[in-house]
Design a protein around this ligand. Structure first.
Ligand code: WTA
Length: 649
């Protein structure tokens, strides 16, 4: 924690959309009179039929229902493209920066975007995709990913993007989960100089019970790929057969726009459903205010479109605002640790948005990689995904921002669609490590974890929940509304429960302390411990597994697995490696355990429940304060685990 505050400069505040007084006033209106506030801000997008109802929300467990602007109709793609054509057809909509810095960048204008999306929309139709059908997108960070998302939106199909780092099994589960008609992929994805054979992964994923799923393939590298006759189609061939003119479908505000699978504390990932009207209003509005985006600015969010950050702040928010948004195919460290800053200089980036894990990794490579580039166009720096430690915050502020760029530490979730707690750069005095104050219309509360009682004193510590809805909130879990209710509305009645812990300081600032459930935040990506455990126990030599997080210098949290082997199996280093690779293969590289400890026994209560609290402490190398272990069936397993712990850092 750091008590130093960094107020926006008078100069910045004067030019900003919102200054401190403006924030206070707008926030008050948004809470005192949400109907009027959102009726006004709902107009920032174009409606085919204007809404007359603003909000219809019920947070009561058993009756949860969330609707915004429900009788309005619109088309999201028309809002992101068509409505800009009159004034900015020749403005760049998307700057694409390829993985290899020696390849040419692309500048795609709004006119070109309109054409490409129209074509892809007509190709989707020709492949039998219609309104309400699901399309899985499994693409690298290439312009076609944007075309695919917007083409779905244009015809009213629901996209579900699967991050290209996920394994065939994870992909297959998601294709099945939403019963997709089509998968859009590429032959191969170059990333950081390495190649991932995406189409091969799709072939494997579709081997099981999804053999009639069609596949549209973008040619990225020209690699040889295995082709499924009658089911696979080249994008560049199909595009030639159709017109570029595809009238946008009229959609209801509450029609789903996309499904995005995310990890929870139990079971398999759930399909978070976002709808059209409220989501777009919220993504666009937060993009404008949080980054203080002005017409003509170049905006760069380094996320992948496979995560919610890419949905809201590479595609939907910026394009709804008529922005120029940068899409980067590569990684921060290729060809060297200066790549981010080289790209900022090259494309004169004004707002830059990344994750603390990237900042920490680059910080360790020395300042030369930053200072050799001209970063004078930068105005605002953002972070997202996990708490940022003050050292990384200070480095970002001083070395990257030269002390001139407000830092916006944005707290939000896949479920929230857009920022909920964040500074506004012209309004909020920041404190390193704090996400600061709520966005307009957002009412955070701190609850006592056990009783669920709302702590009304300003200074508070507990779990973070939200008292009322905002337009970008998820509406349901795909195909499982009960799971939606039980995950977010059951434990603390009447609130949306975030799963995060937090502190509120004397200034009313929020400090997110991390997940309080069995979700690990690895490099800003969510991973459910249950998912990793089920991958481990699927291995023939594993009898039992328990997975917890532990502090990791770069990733924020690392994955620590306790594994009990089948009787007779040898606990060797080779087997450790094999299990790591196995998890990588089952889920993807982000799920790979960092440390595996052989556990002849796991600490269990007499009723057989694994005591994760103890496992977490040992993984954190904090075994001196294990607390009460007397309820364990066999307390001696704990000494054994401590003695052979893997993290002695
Ligand atoms: C964490 C990413 C601290 C948090 C947009 C949340 C953060 C989870 C921050 C959601 C932040 C995100 N400070 N923690 N600024 N932003 N988190 O769904 O634990 O991938 O619940 O959404 O990331 O991760 P998700």
């Amino acid at each position: 924690m750091s008590d130093k505050t960094y107020p926006p400069s008078a100069d910045f505040a004067a030019k900003a959309h919102v200054d401190a007084a403006g924030y206070a006033e707008m926030y008050k209106t948004s809470i005192d009179n949400p109907e009027a506030f959102w009726a006004e801000h709902g107009k920032r997008i174009d409606w085919i039929k204007p809404f007359s109802k603003v909000k219809d929300v019920n947070f009561n467990f058993g009756e949860v229902s969330i609707k915004w602007f429900e009788d309005g109709t619109l088309n999201v793609a028309a809002n992101c493209i068509d409505r800009h054509l009159e004034t900015r057809a020749d403005q760049t909509a998307i700057i694409w920066e390829p993985d290899d810095p020696n390849d040419d960048a692309l500048h795609i204008t709004y006119r070109e975007l309109h054409e490409q999306v129209g074509r892809m929309a007509n190709v989707l139709k020709s492949l039998g995709v219609g309104k309400g059908d699901r399309v899985v997108i499994y693409l690298p960070m290439i312009p076609e990913a944007a075309y695919a998302m917007l083409a779905c939106a244009r015809i009213g199909a629901i996209h579900s993007i699967v991050f290209a780092g996920f394994s065939p099994d994870a992909l297959g589960a998601r294709v099945n989960g939403c019963d997709a008609k089509l998968v859009i992929t590429a032959d191969t994805a170059p990333r950081g100089g390495r190649q991932t054979k995406l189409k091969d992964n799709v072939n494997q994923a579709l081997l099981h019970d999804t053999t009639d799923v069609k596949c549209l393939v973008v040619r990225r590298t020209g690699d040889q790929i295995a082709w499924r006759r009658d089911l696979d189609f080249w994008w560049h061939e199909e595009a030639e057969k159709v017109s570029a003119d595809c009238p946008p479908e009229e959609m209801g505000a509450e029609d789903p726009l996309f499904i995005l699978y995310t990890s929870g504390s139990t079971g398999q990932p759930k399909g978070v459903v976002h709808t059209s009207g409220g989501y777009l209003v919220y993504a666009a509005m937060t993009h404008q205010y949080t980054f203080d985006y002005h017409d003509g600015d170049i905006f760069w969010c380094t996320a992948d479109v496979g995560w919610v950050t890419g949905h809201s702040y590479i595609i939907y928010g910026p394009l709804a605002n008529g922005a120029t948004t940068l899409m980067f195919e590569g990684v921060p460290t290729y060809p060297d640790a200066g790549r981010f800053w080289a790209v900022c200089e090259k494309h004169k980036v004004n707002q830059f948005y990344t994750a603390p894990t990237a900042i920490r990794a680059l910080m360790g490579q020395g300042n030369d990689f930053v200072t050799r580039y001209d970063l004078s166009d930068l105005k605002v720096l953002g972070t997202v995904g996990e708490p940022i430690n003050p050292e990384a915050w200070n480095w970002y502020n001083e070395v990257v921002g030269k002390g001139n760029c407000p830092i916006v530490d944005t707290w939000w979730q896949t479920e929230t669609g857009g920022h909920l707690i964040t500074p506004l750069p012209g309004a909020t005095a920041t404190k390193p490590g704090s996400a600061t104050l709520p966005f307009f219309g957002v009412q955070p509360v701190v609850l006592e974890p056990e009783s669920g009682k709302e702590i009304t004193e300003t200074v508070a510590e507990g779990v973070l929940a939200l008292k009322d809805s905002w337009p970008g909130q998820m509406r349901t879990v795909w195909g499982d509304h009960d799971r939606f209710q039980s995950t977010y509305f059951q434990q603390y009645k009447g609130y949306y429960f975030s799963g995060d812990g937090c502190r509120r300081d004397a200034d009313g600032y929020y400090w997110i302390t991390g997940r309080v459930d069995d979700v690990i935040n690895v490099s800003g990506h969510r991973m459910g411990t249950a998912e990793v455990e089920s991958a481990l126990v699927a291995h023939a030599k594993v009898a039992e597994a328990a997975v917890v997080g532990y502090p990791h210098d770069i990733k924020g949290q690392g994955i620590y697995a306790y594994v009990t082997l089948m009787t007779g199996e040898e606990p060797t280093d080779a087997l450790r490696k094999e299990l790591s690779e196995w998890v990588r293969h089952e889920i993807g590289p982000i799920a790979k355990p960092d440390l595996i400890q052989w556990a002849p026994g796991l600490p269990k209560t007499r009723s057989g429940k694994i005591m994760r609290r103890i496992l977490r402490k040992i993984a954190e190398n904090d075994y001196g304060s294990l607390g009460d272990t007397s309820t364990l069936a066999d307390p001696s397993v704990v000494d054994e685990l401590i003695e052979n712990r893997m993290n002695r850092g």
